[in-house]
Design a protein around this ligand. Structure first.
Ligand code: COA
Length: 332
């Protein structure tokens, strides 16, 4: 899955996603005149103009655009996911990203809610603050809800996100975030046996096997939490005797909270701990090329890809997965 700013050449794909979704879903909720009006409103010119203004994002699965979302300042617009991809968390991911982006500069997000989505927005914490009126062809009237949500400040100093040492009782929550074998392998490569990983597997690896590290004091598993409970996890381990190089691994965020800045914030806390408390010179990690969310999250936390003489591949699920080596040196 990849999420990025839309380019002008994406206009046609975005247009088709929006039109297909409206034509398939909206007739269940609206009169034909209103459906036509939605289609006309999201014409190619309007989409192209929004792309040029840097307001439009796209979500790709296997290099195909399957969803889109836009924002103008703190106003979220045009969030659509292809009908065949709905109900799989993609819409939630787009909303999380748009809210995270808006949350950098505003304390609330606004949205004009269509009938098909207003319950979803309500469940995300949006409240109706007013109603808008739109007159369509033939005098047909559409009333829509204007909703807003106060945004929490993940990603800034006031964020309630904190790190603490991992406890055995965290395992149950963490393994519950992994729902298929591809995700398991992206997270842990070949470090665990078969799917699914159980809390006993995890605690055996951490408590009995010291995270597969030789020296007892080489291994630091940590858990990220906020007022809602455990939201993330990663391990840190020394890879050299001088304890100058720390390697991050098993980085994971609650699957219902991804794309909202938790991963980056958790990494920034771990980086702070590594440089300021453990006093290491460098942090390293490896990420699979097919794991775009993790790759971009590491980049956002200041990691850089490093060129290695030999490319590293893993045989996973009958395929060759390329592993990218990244590092973050100490800098003030
Ligand atoms: C990898 C993971 C920890 C990232 O956490 P997250 O909370 O979803 O990421 P964030 O919301 O903090 O995103 C941080 C940055 O990455 C970018 N990003 C996140 N997902 C992205 C995606 N799918 N495509 C492009 N960029 C993405 C965000 O835009 C953000 O950048 P910004 O700060 O410049 O806006 C999380 O996706 C996860 O738990 N994945 C499953 C486990 C896994 O595979 N771990 C990796 C092991 S190597």
């Amino acid at each position: 899955m990849e999420y990025r700013l839309a380019k002008l050449e994406d206009t046609k794909d975005i247009y088709e996603i929006v039109q297909n979704t409206i034509r398939r879903i909206y007739p269940k909720y609206y009169l034909p005149e209103i459906v036509d009006m939605f289609c006309e409103f999201h014409n190619k010119e309007n989409i192209g103009e929004d792309i040029e203004n840097g307001n439009v994002y796209v979500l790709l699965e296997n290099n195909k655009i399957i969803g889109t979302g836009s924002r103008k300042e703190n106003h979220i617009t045009r969030v659509y996911v292809l009908p065949d991809f709905q109900g799989k968390g993609f819409g939630t991911f787009i909303m999380n990203r748009l809210e995270a982006e808006i949350g950098k500069r505003y304390d609330k997000a606004e949205i004009d809610a269509s009938l098909s989505a207003c319950k979803l927005y309500y469940d995300r914490g949006y409240k109706t603050i007013d109603h808008g009126i739109w007159e369509c062809a033939g005098g047909v009237i559409q009333i829509y809800e204007i909703m807003e949500k106060r945004l929490s400040k993940i990603g800034d100093e006031r964020s309630g996100l904190r790190l603490r040492p991992y406890k055995a009782c965290d395992a149950k929550t963490i393994v519950g975030w992994i729902h298929d074998e591809v995700s398991l392998r992206q997270w842990s490569a070949d470090r665990y046996g078969s799917y699914p990983v159980t809390e006993e597997d995890m605690n055996k690896k951490y408590m009995d096997c010291n995270g597969d590290c030789f020296n007892t004091d080489d291994f630091y598993p940590v858990t990220a939490f906020d007022e809602s409970g455990v939201v993330g996890h990663l391990i840190m381990r020394f890879t050299d005797e001088e304890k100058q190089v720390l390697r991050f691994g098993f980085v994971i965020v609650d699957d219902t909270k991804r794309g909202r800045g938790y991963g980056k914030q958790m990494l920034l806390l771990a980086i702070k701990y590594a440089f300021e408390i453990l006093k290491v010179a460098k942090i390293t990690l490896g990420v699979f090329e097919n794991n775009k969310a993790a790759y971009y999250c590491y980049k956002a936390a200041g990691f850089k890809e490093i060129a290695s003489e030999k490319e590293e591949y893993y045989n996973i699920l009958g395929q060759k997965w390329k592993c990218i080596e990244m590092e973050r040196p100490w800098n003030r």
